[in-house]
Design a protein around this ligand. Structure first.
Ligand SMILES: C[S@@+](CC[C@H](N)C(=O)[O-])C[C@H]1O[C@@H](n2cnc3c(N)ncnc32)[C@H](O)[C@@H]1O
Length: 228
């Protein structure tokens, strides 16, 4: 059984959630600075986000949650594409930075493992490099949450580093941290999405950018099918 810690609200949570929150609290301001203009040099990333936005609109629009939004750069990009986007993140410091940098948008503290959202509330979900800290054994629970919160026809877009190994980071973005991260096999993630009741419509595997990225980058776009 996973080691448990206790949240400020007195609720038990796995120790890895506590470490992930602490790590991103530590790096929040520098992470925001370093990645502020990253999308401008990532045409494939913008293409996937643009396609996602087009498909959400075509399916009738609705609220779009950027889960694990960090400093809100992807939330702001979704907003610029015409979507009604808001962000949720585990780290209160990340939420504070997101609110500072994007005062016109809504950001809240929360976990994608226990979404405080009604069933069928969303037209879309983006989880951009944010499922990577959840131990793979708990991803079925995360995807069940995504399925529950999406309305019929709603879209999901995931981005993550492709691979098949856990890593431990003790230094990142100029700070000492204690953070687990998981590279994931895209085929395995696609299978978990299917098991959660989502239909995978597109997959992109692109090569590393030759700068900071060390592995291929994976993007999966899936839809909650309409009930029949
Ligand atoms: C690599 S950063 C990506 C941030 C943002 N999506 C971006 O691309 O700039 C990962 C983010 O996911 C958040 N995160 C990790 N696990 C989470 C969870 N269970 N629920 C909500 N946020 C989570 C972290 O706090 C962190 O801000």
């Amino acid at each position: 059984m996973a080691e448990l810690g206790v949240t400020e609200l007195g609720m038990a949570e796995p120790a890895d959630v506590h470490s992930t929150r602490a790590a991103y609290n530590t790096v929040a301001a520098d992470y925001a600075e370093l990645l502020r203009n990253e999308l401008a040099s990532k045409p494939f990333d913008r293409a996937m986000l643009g396609t996602f936005a087009e498909l959400v609109e075509a399916a009738g629009g609705g609220a779009v949650a950027d889960l694990g939004c960090g400093p809100g750069r992807i939330t702001a990009h979704l907003d610029s594409l015409g979507l009604t986007a808001f962000g949720i993140d585990l780290s209160p410091e990340m939420v504070a930075v997101a609110r500072r940098d994007h005062p016109g948008l809504q950001f809240d503290e929360g976990s994608m493992e226990a979404l405080d959202l009604a069933d069928d509330a969303l037209g879309g979900i983006v989880a951009w490099y944010s499922i990577i800290h959840t131990p793979p054994a708990r991803l079925p629970g995360v995807f069940a949450q995504f399925h529950r919160a999406l309305r019929d026809g709603g879209l999901l877009l995931l981005a993550f580093q492709a691979g098949d190994e856990p890593r431990h980071l003790d230094f990142a973005y100029g700070h000492e941290i204690d953070l687990d991260a998981y590279r994931l096999p895209p085929g395995r993630v696609a299978e978990l999405l299917r098991q959660a009741g989502l239909v995978v419509e597109a997959q992109l595997l692109r090569e590393p950018d030759g700068k900071h990225e060390k592995t291929p980058q994976a993007y999966l776009l899936a839809r909650k099918p309409a009930c029949v």
